[in-house]
Design a protein. Structure first.
Length: 264
């Protein structure tokens, strides 16, 4: 029997989603440990994608295969056993041929930045002190991202993929000068390693005047080769929406709603 688990997590204290041999304390590792204790046997889970160390997910989907339906309140017991920075919103029985990763039609990421020091925001928004941004030129740069098809130049490890084509359906920036905050949101059928944070890095380079729009366009369309690709800080990034053709997930991510206030 296959179940999708709709979860959310604060990635501040974790080394990313994916279990790794050389790294401890990942989100996947912690959940598998708790599930194995509950079911008194080794349990393995499979996620809808990767998130880097320090990156959050307000909507994430993982799958688990069980021999039979749990004879207890699965959601309640798992939430009781998980640490406070991981929450289970829904547990949904699905067909065994439905896959939480390969059946997604789109994913959305939101990235938050603030440039006025604020202790409340420090875990969930990247602090870039005293930014002076040209919002209009940044919006032009976001429009270039929306029009692009091949994102090899904005991928940390393009050699990992058979191809680096992505179909971006939404790419937008929202600013609130009074709050000293901005939000970058992007939706695509797939994302490459480090792609969103590298996008944000170049948007800031353009917005602060360190790079021209034309230079960014040349990088985006691989007219120049970059040896180093510097990603933006991790803590402002959220995987905020995962969509399936056969399933509608409940809107359970309250933190994203609060962070979006004034940025829609």
């Amino acid at each position: 029997m296959r179940y999708f688990l709709h979860i959310g997590y604060d990635g501040s204290n974790y080394r990313g989603w994916q279990r790794q041999k050389s790294v401890s304390n990942t989100v996947q590792e912690v959940i598998e440990q708790k599930l194995s204790q509950m079911f008194k046997k080794e349990i393995y889970i499979y996620g809808c994608g990767r998130t880097d160390a320090g990156v959050h997910a307000s909507q994430y989907v993982m799958q688990i295969n069980l021999e039979e339906a749990p004879q207890f309140d699965f959601k309640f017991r798992l939430n009781k056993n998980l640490p406070d920075d991981i929450a289970v919103f829904e547990i949904i029985k699905v067909d065994e041929n439905q896959n939480c990763r390969y059946n997604t039609t789109s994913r959305t990421y939101d990235y938050f930045i603030h440039w006025k020091k604020d202790p409340v925001l420090k875990r969930y928004s990247s602090f870039y002190e005293d930014l002076e941004l040209d919002f209009d030129v940044m919006k032009e740069a976001a429009a270039l991202i929306l029009e692009a098809k091949d994102f090899k130049s904005l991928c940390k490890k393009p050699d990992l993929y058979d191809h680096t084509l992505c179909h971006i359906t939404n790419c937008a920036l929202f600013f609130n000068e009074e709050q000293g905050r901005l939000r970058f949101t992007i939706t695509s059928n797939r994302f490459l390693r480090g792609m969103v944070r590298i996008c944000v890095f170049f948007l800031l380079e353009v917005g602060t005047g360190k790079m021209t729009l034309e230079a960014f366009n040349d990088i985006l369309y691989q007219k120049v080769e970059l040896k180093e690709k510097e990603p933006a800080l991790p803590n402002g990034l959220f995987l905020s929406k995962v969509e399936y053709p056969f399933l509608t997930l409940k809107d359970s991510h309250q933190l994203i709603r609060m962070l979006k206030f004034g940025l829609t």
